[in-house]
Design a protein around this ligand. Structure first.
Ligand code: ADP
Ligand code: MG
Length: 242
């Protein structure tokens, strides 16, 4: 579903991504971890063209991300993204947040969009909040709205960039639970997170990045197995967070 092939990117002289390659198969959940500044956000944002890249190729399903003819709103619909800080529209209600893209990009009728929105709000446990504004919800609730909004566009893959790292500890679980359900329903997911409990339970593979490179890309059992088989940089990272 996602193929990243020899992708490099620079900010001026600074190389932020260095020859990154990986694949995410249908229904697979891949967790991306690594120190701050290692390029995790940049990598995941190249997948739905929020960040351009200078070298390499990325495809999502049959869509070539770097192709100038690619319809970016459509790409961002099929590769739904959830950010650390939710990025909801503060002036719109929860329902309106979920309808906007469906109407504008997918050309759904207002009625169809609303029906889909309400189904998804029920699925993330927020039926009672559909007419509220994001600002009146907790962080965990806002993040669940953001997940529902991405799902309203019928994505084939979901990209998460540290979806729980801005949340108070007691709200982390409600968001991880929604993500776990999504994974068990077969959604293809790429998740930047330091929630190693989630990685152990839900991931199929774990990628470790350092200084713009993919240092490890291996099945979960291997990643959390024999630490002595891991690269020194990975071991140091794991020793700090586990
Ligand atoms: P991570 O998500 O792993 O913390 P990022 O992908 O956000 O890392 O950033 C990787 C590196 O690129 C960091 O050193 C960061 O300072 C740098 N960087 C990110 N965005 C920009 C930008 N717009 N201009 C210049 N440097 C940037
Ligand atoms: Mg980041």
């Amino acid at each position: 579903m996602i193929e990243i092939k020899n992708v490099s990117k620079w900010y001026g002289d600074f190389q932020v991504l260095n020859d990154c390659s990986t694949k995410v198969g249908k229904g697979e959940v891949v967790v991306v971890c690594g120190p701050s500044g290692s390029g995790k956000s940049t990598l995941i944002k190249t997948v739905n063209a929020l960040e351009p890249f200078e070298k390499g190729e990325i495809t999502v399903g049959a869509t070539s991300v770097g192709d100038p003819r690619t319809n970016l709103p459509r790409l961002r619909a099929i590769a739904g993204m959830v950010f650390q800080h939710f990025e909801l529209f503060p002036h719109l209600t929860v329902t309106e947040n979920l309808c906007l893209g469906q109407i504008k990009v997918l050309k759904r009728s207002r009625e169809d969009a609303r029906a889909r929105a309400w189904t998804l709000l029920e699925r993330v446990g927020l039926s009672g909040h559909k007419d509220k504004h994001p600002g009146s919800l907790s962080g965990g609730q806002q993040q669940r709205v953001a997940i529902a909004r991405a799902l309203s566009m019928d994505p084939v893959v979901m990209l998460f960039d540290e979806p729980t790292s801005a949340l108070d500890p007691e709200m982390v679980k409600e968001v991880l639970d929604v993500m776990t359900d999504l994974a068990s329903e077969g959604m293809t997911m790429m998740v930047v997170t330091h929630e190693m409990g989630f990685a152990r339970r839900v991931a199929d593979r774990v990628i470790f990045m350092d200084e713009g490179r993919i240092v490890e890309d291996c099945p979960k059992a291997e990643f959390f197995g024999d630490v002595n088989a891991r690269a020194p940089r990975t071991r140091l990272f794991l020793s700090k967070i586990l």
